[in-house]
Design a protein around this ligand. Sequence first.
Ligand SMILES: Nc1ncnc2c1ncn2[C@@H]1O[C@H](COP(=O)(O)OP(=O)(O)O)[C@@H](O)[C@H]1O
Ligand SMILES: [Mg+2]
Length: 346
Amino acid sequence: MRMIPHVAVVYSGDASVPGSAPSAHAQHRFQGVCEEFERQGIIPELIPYRDEAVDEVRHALRGMDAALIWVNPLDAVDNRAVLDAMLREVAQAGVFVSAHPDTILKIGTKDVLVQTQEMSWSSGDIHVYHSVEELHRQLPVRLADGSSRVLKQFRGNGGSGVWRVALSGPGEDPMIRVLHALRDAPVREMRLRDFATACAPYFEGEGRMIDQPFRSPVPNGMVRCYMTHAEVVGFGRQHVTALVWSENGGAPPPPEPRQYCDASQPELQSLKSRMESEWLPQLQHILDIPAESLPVIWDADLLCGPADEETACTLCEINVSCVSPFPDSALPKLVTATRRRIQATS
Ligand SMILES: Nc1ncnc2c1ncn2[C@@H]1O[C@H](COP(=O)(O)OP(=O)(O)O)[C@@H](O)[C@H]1O
Ligand SMILES: [Mg+2]
């Protein structure tokens, strides 16, 4: 470590290369992060990432003490493959990287739903399809009781490749009702075979689809637990509507904005305590992740029951690749955690 430590704040978006001035948008987006690093005696540098500039970014990161990465899987070509390989190298060379690509693979893909389905935060009844044929064969059996299922591509964001599916007719190749979790997507009726075929791109390479029960987010929506390592550092609550359809097949109403609060929010204390003393130790045990390998900012999204049963929650997903925005209360926590990792590894 140098006398004054340096941290890279890596984000996707600009066409610029390291060393050039970051865009006004990036400066605004990471202003709070940069100010808090400066306040804690660390020099931040905003570094835009694109696959074409991977060599320049590698060079820049090797001169840093830490690198915090905000790049969504679908922002980068190839689902972050080039970026992740570079980050592994940089971490190997002694730079503290958060989130480390290995941690993303453990908790940040939809596979985490499968891996943790024995835990009490899971709905259970979670399955994986590795091919169009598997999906076509197994999905109708799971839909036969009239329920809706949610199918998710292995690695994605923003609702892309997340589909609600229900039967709407009988037969060998039944009609199904489907809704993509993308904003403004219409509810559609189609043959199961056509849906399965349209899912083919999700199975390319290491691709797969995870199938979990649909859980109505009405009336309480989603609670997002923001974490620094293994500590809850804030919450976001949102009435998500992405996969809500009306009985007559009407499209979802728009979601309400997410409301942020800090970790001391009174009615969320039982959730906080379950997260920290029950779910996190189980997650770390199942996936073999020490607390300090958990990212300095990540979140677990839970579809929650009625307010008087705040702890009746189902894991929807874990976000690690690009958690932003987050509650103000998370900011000093993530910066302090980064500072401690720099000190511990220097
Ligand atoms: N099991 C489920 N039941 C009900 N709604 C769901 C379920 N899974 C996902 N959703 C809805 O779909 C949205 C996108 O799914 P998510 O798992 O968060 O994937 P992404 O990585 O694309 O954000 C969620 O924000 C939520 O509104
Ligand atoms: Mg999501």
